[in-house]
Design a protein around this ligand. Structure first.
Ligand SMILES: [Cu+2]
Length: 290
């Protein structure tokens, strides 16, 4: 994303090992700390099969739920958090973009090392209002695995369209292939989006003003992990305006997670003894991000 300096992007993967209890993201300024948030859930998934992924993304204004609010927003497929696209290196993606908006739109695959020409990741292509554009994107067989994201990139409209919710995740599989012992680790996707709402619509106020921070479109969602469980968390900032700090506050202690480009990192703190787990973790909430 280059058009507007207010759109930032971050995607990273963390290995998280927690001792026990609840993990929650915080909708800062929306819910009092200590309130239990929504149950964590992830967006739908469209995965490639036999080397190909086919999907249609229909952009249009639609009523969506953001936390407990009904909001009319420009989104893909009627969802504030559209499907996660999952591919493997060497796959081909055939995406049809249908434009039900009053402005032109298009599709950009943020971070992918693919061709910018033809009907690939070519931001000079557009789907006009009431029109459509077909894309065929070939993922190189040596492409780096990891979390990427897709969003519109039409000059003059991309910031507004992303702010409304037109952004989703794209995962290139294979991140844990070099680590056979971790292949069975449970995976979570946490997409961070910020939104400003007035009178049931997405608006553009000053950056950060009355912003609602969401995780997969949820406010202050709660994740439940079992004692000793290790998970892979893919965390992406797919919003328009805000930076996020990623931190773990297990055991009441903040410990910052460092971001690295391609390899999973161990997040948080050194393992504690079972006794310490019981006395310091039980009943606590952790705030891993936001
Ligand atoms: Cu971008």
């Amino acid at each position: 994303m280059r058009e507007r300096s207010t759109i930032h992007a971050m995607a990273a993967a963390f290995l998280v090992t927690l001792c026990a209890g609840l993990v929650s993201g915080s909708g800062a300024g929306v819910m009092a700390s200590g309130d239990r948030g929504e149950t964590f859930r992830e967006p739908a998934v469209v995965a490639s099969r036999q080397g190909a992924l086919s999907a249609t993304l229909t952009a249009g204004e639609s009523p969506v739920s953001i936390g407990n609010q009904r909001v009319t927003a420009a989104v893909y497929n009627g969802s504030y958090v559209p499907p996660t696209l999952r591919v493997r290196p060497g796959d081909v993606m055939r995406l049809r973009l249908v434009n039900g908006l009053g402005d032109p739109t298009n599709l950009h695959l943020h971070g992918l090392t693919v061709s910018p020409l033809g009907t690939s990741d070519n931001v000079f292509l557009h789907a006009p209002p009431a029109g459509a554009q077909d894309y065929e994107i070939r993922i190189p067989s040596n492409h780096a695995p990891g979390l990427y994201w897709y969003h519109p990139h039409p000059h003059g409209h991309s910031d507004d369209q992303v702010r409304n919710g037109m952004s989703g995740a794209l995962v290139v599989e294979g991140l844990l292939d070099p680590f056979p012992a971790l292949r069975a680790v449970k995976e979570r996707l946490l997409l961070l989006k910020d939104v400003q709402i007035e009178n049931g619509r997405v608006v553009h106020l000053g950056i950060g003003a009355h912003a609602i921070r969401t995780v997969n479109g949820l406010i202050n969602p709660t994740l439940v992990l079992h004692p000793g469980e290790t998970e892979l968390w893919r965390i992406g900032n797919v919003g328009a305006d805000l930076y996020y700090c990623c931190l773990s506050r297990a055991r009441g202690k903040r410990s910052w997670c460092r971001r690295r480009a391609r390899e999973p990192i161990r997040c948080g703190r050194r393992p504690s003894t079972p006794g310490r787990k019981a006395t310091t973790i039980r009943g606590r909430r952790s705030r891993p991000c936001v």
